[in-house]
Design a protein around this ligand. Structure first.
Ligand code: FAD
Length: 122
């Protein structure tokens, strides 16, 4: 449960390997029953909105750079992977984003260094 200014968010549930985006009545009912058992005064509350969100999970969050060959190997696509935070992305992303931006910088600066080198050679 998360408190807001005018509303509270009630939730949630955790089902592994489940990619369903539709709202399931059973899950909604379960959330409602658990939360109103904990805080009975919420029974009077109006449900204004329901939504479904996935929490894509990896055992280890992927934060790494990769050069993917494109155009039959003539060029390289620069990619920084940054995903797999599961249900902890709000808390952990400031740290992983800092690492991801350093990796992006390395890819960009690395490129600038290479161009400088080629320029000097010419
Ligand atoms: C129900 C639920 C509860 C959670 N509770 C918590 C919690 O209590 N604490 C916590 O730390 N974390 C929590 N999380 C996890 C947290 O919300 C996520 O880890 C975090 O939002 C991931 O951030 P992100 O920027 O990687 O992805 P997202 O927040 O998913 O952002 C991705 C963005 O990219 C956009 N997008 C996707 N595809 C495209 C495309 N092709 N073109 C353009 N845009 C695109 C999407 O619309 C979205 O805006 C919860 C998640 C869920 C679902």
């Amino acid at each position: 449960m998360r408190t807001g200014v005018d509303m509270v968010t009630l939730g949630g549930c955790r089902q592994y390997d489940d990619y369903e985006h539709k709202i399931r009545e059973n899950d909604s009912r379960g959330i409602w029953e658990r939360v109103t058992t904990l805080i009975p005064s919420l029974k009077k509350a109006e449900v204004v909105y329901e939504d479904v969100g996935l929490r894509p999970h990896r055992t280890i969050i992927r934060v790494e750079k990769e050069l993917i060959p494109i155009c039959n190997g003539r060029k390289e696509l620069k990619v920084v992977h940054h995903y797999g935070h599961c249900g902890y992305g709000v808390m952990t992303s400031p740290g992983t984003a800092s690492t991801a931006s350093k990796l992006a910088q390395e890819l960009i600066v690395g490129d600038a260094v290479n161009h400088h080198y080629i320029g000097a050679k010419l």
